[in-house]
Design a protein around this ligand. Structure first.
Ligand SMILES: [Zn+2]
Length: 258
């Protein structure tokens, strides 16, 4: 039984572009609940086949998109499969090399960031198994397909997502922060230097706001702070530093920006 999937965005058949869930909620609020502009024309952002419908925000629940029961995803769409658990993803990552992780993050970025019609990378043309978000997991002797959940960095990073591994992705600005030894729980040898990568995302008003940071160990990234980067991080949220979570990578350098 496949659990309900979350869609941050969707493919809009009117203009062949990817739009966000927030746009639909905004239109819902501005037009007294009339979203006929979108309704029936929202498709799965990945396979562009399955039809999505919108449920508006209530006092108790955030707005969401869900697949209409009568429609289906294409075979190779990652929304077909249950999400991989943290354990399954970590086990999978252990079986592949650092280069393979980088390749997978690169393909995931291509799929998640360049999806507008101008760059047609429809997965219809891809062969089965090429989807960078689908992994094989082993259950007894059987191989099963599981999907690595994705999370856009422009969405909420809530406590409820703690302890789940995601591919976090988005368009960001970056900054390097040296870490003081005292912050490393006294386990650091004297004079060792560590770095964190600070991540900023664009707010609705167009300004950039601090979102989260990633511990990079001894890697001092060479960042142009004025540049916009595409980033993908395979990791999970860590709330032990307070209300604003940091992202922990599942493996040394399971992060890619460009
Ligand atoms: Zn799909």
């Amino acid at each position: 039984m496949v659990k309900r999937k979350q869609y941050n965005d969707f493919y809009f058949i009117n203009d062949g572009r990817i739009h966000t869930l927030a746009e639909v909620q905004e239109r819902y609020e501005k037009n007294n609940g009339d979203i006929s502009f979108f309704q029936g024309r929202m498709r799965c952002p990945e396979c562009k086949e399955a039809i999505l419908s919108f449920t508006h925000k209530t006092s108790r629940c955030r707005e969401y998109l869900s697949k209409e029961p009568s429609s289906s995803h294409l075979d190779n769409c990652s929304y077909n499969y249950d999400y991989a658990s943290k354990k399954q993803i970590i086990e999978y990552v252990e079986t592949i090399s650092e280069d393979q992780i980088q390749d997978r993050l690169e393909s995931a970025l291509n799929m998640l960031m360049n999806r507008d019609s101008s760059v047609d990378i429809s997965i219809k043309s891809q062969t089965q198994g090429d989807n960078p978000l689908i992994i094989k997991s082993f259950n007894g002797g059987n191989s099963i397909k599981r999907t690595i959940p994705r999370k856009s960095l422009s969405m909420w990073l809530d406590k409820e997502y703690e302890d789940k591994v995601f591919i976090f992705y988005g368009k960001v600005k970056l900054k390097v922060e040296p870490v003081k030894q005292a912050e490393q729980e006294g386990r650091v040898e004297p004079f060792e230097e560590f770095f964190k990568l600070l991540i900023y995302t664009k707010r609705r008003d167009g300004t950039w706001g601090y979102k989260t940071k990633v511990f990079r160990g001894r890697i001092e990234d060479k960042i142009d702070e004025n540049k916009e980067y595409d980033i993908a991080i395979l990791g999970y949220l860590d709330f032990s530093y307070g209300r604003t979570p940091e992202i922990k990578m599942v493996k040394y350098n399971s992060l890619l920006y460009r």
